[in-house]
Write a protein that binds this ligand. Structure first.
Ligand SMILES: [Mg+2]
Length: 184
């Protein structure tokens, strides 16, 4: 199986906010900052592994954000909210036959993270059934999810628009290490 890397967008690669202009308060204008070293980070990662964007945001909107920063070409495909919802409804993975590694600023214990991996469809079978009958089974599921998270997830600190941020440089060795372990 191939290892592929999924990258989150908001607060992982960019920080996008509604523009603070009182004359455009209807939310049509946005300010978006690209995280420092994003170009170098994406170039290095996309050279080594297939790269996909996975965002809980709207696909078309986030594609515009990527184009605005000229980083859209690094990704083989952009998966947005609608794609995740579709995959969940069909119960099919976004990309079949892969070992995913997800880089996201989200707390892995959160519902959103779980949903994403459900959508990717690469959770172990025991985790796919979220309606446990007993507390013991729930504990087992949690332990399984913890194991899965250890292997398939890496949390990055939130960007928040800090111009001195260096997290993309700092996290790169850990990404390569995890991806290499998956590749065996
Ligand atoms: Mg995020």
């Amino acid at each position: 199986m191939r290892t592929v890397i999924f990258l989150d967008l908001d607060e992982t690669l960019v920080s996008t906010r509604p523009a603070r202009d009182p004359f455009s308060a209807i939310g049509q204008n946005f300010t978006s900052l690209l995280r420092p070293y994003a170009q170098e980070f994406l170039l290095e990662l996309s050279t080594a592994y297939p790269l996909y964007l996975l965002t809980a945001g709207d696909r078309d909107f986030q594609t515009e954000v990527l184009k605005h920063h000229k980083i859209d070409t690094y990704f083989l495909k952009i998966f947005g909210r609608q794609d995740i919802g579709h995959a969940i409804n069909l119960g099919k993975p976004l990309i079949p036959g892969i070992l995913p590694l997800l880089i996201d600023d989200l707390n892995p214990a959160s519902y959103g993270f779980f949903q994403k991996f459900m959508a990717i469809g690469n959770l172990p079978e025991a985790l796919q059934n979220i309606r446990s009958q007993t507390l013991e089974e729930m504990d087992q599921q949690e332990a399984l999810l913890d194991d899965f998270t250890q292997v398939h997830y890496l949390q990055i600190k939130m960007f928040g628009g800090n111009p001195l941020d260096q997290e993309l440089v700092n996290i790169l060795p850990a990404i390569f290490q995890k991806a290499a372990k998956l590749n065996i």
